[in-house]
Design a protein around this ligand. Structure first.
Ligand code: CIR
Length: 253
């Protein structure tokens, strides 16, 4: 498996945040945290490809939002935040050697952070960033490949994957008190629940046979370990200040 990541721009201190952080983003520390993340992906056996940052896009390190990959196809999204439109072009160029690249219409709103694939279902958060046009774009791109698209309301969260993430084929980690667990039952999933206070830790990256999880959530780490996962804990404080979680910084394909 490969992971596409993107460099952290010099402009990262001006990345978008729903709420101003209590202390400013420490860009050198953010770079070190991002480098440790890239190393953890490589150590888990993934072939890591990196594309250069573009300082014109302070949020471009959050490469997940620019593309949805399934069934050998890459849908370049139409990000819901106007300042992020245009980030996807470099991503399209990087993925073209491996995947069939298609594009969402400009009228749609769709962030990759809103899309969770479980088996042949693409769950899409209908959020402040993704709308019915984004859902339609997903259906147009992936319906012909056999994927079902299931919208999920995510009130109060930036993206669907702020409250859940994939733990590998047929397995999902979900924060209590957020999306309805029954939503996932059709996909015969193994569902693990994080306590509501650990909602941020519901976003993990399954990489090879490891699970990369954010530091500071020992209960969730213990829960994952008890379920048999090999957990790698990563510091993510500076990316979190810009509303970033772990999945945001890579696209696995
Ligand atoms: C944004 O507001 O778009 C970025 N500052 C954070 C994006 C986080 N992406 C993600 O959760 N997939």
């Amino acid at each position: 498996m490969r992971a596409l990541i993107r460099g952290l721009p010099a402009s990262f201190a001006s990345a978008t945040a729903a709420e101003a952080p209590t202390s400013p983003i420490d860009v050198p520390l953010a770079r070190r945290q991002h480098a440790a993340y890239a190393r953890a992906l490589a150590d888990a056996g993934l072939e890591v490809r990196s594309i250069p940052a573009d300082d014109a896009f302070p949020d471009c390190v959050f490469v997940e939002d620019t593309v949805v990959v399934a069934g050998g196809r890459a849908l370049i999204t139409a990000p819901g935040l106007p300042s992020r439109r245009g980030e996807g072009e470099a991503v399209a160029a990087a993925l073209e050697p491996w995947l069939e690249v298609v594009r969402a219409p400009a009228s749609a709103r769709l962030d990759g952070g809103d899309v969770l694939r479980v088996g042949m279902t693409l769950y899409v958060g209908i959020s402040g960033r993704s709308d019915a046009g984004g859902e339609a774009a997903l259906r147009a791109a992936f319906g012909p490949l056999g994927y079902r698209v299931q919208p999920v309301e995510v009130p109060g969260a930036l993206h669907l994957k702020c409250v859940c993430s994939s733990l590998g084929p047929g397995a999902v980690l979900l924060a209590e008190g957020t999306a309805d667990p029954a939503l996932f039952q059709d996909d015969a999933v193994r569902l693990l629940m994080t306590p509501a206070e650990d909602a941020y830790a519901a976003n993990v990256v399954r990489a090879g046979d490891r699970v990369l999880a954010p530091a500071g959530f020992p209960r969730t780490h213990a829960l994952l370990r008890a379920a048999g996962y090999d957990v790698v804990v990563l510091e993510n404080s500076e990316l979190r200040k810009a509303d970033g979680s772990l999945t945001c910084c890579s696209v696995l394909f």
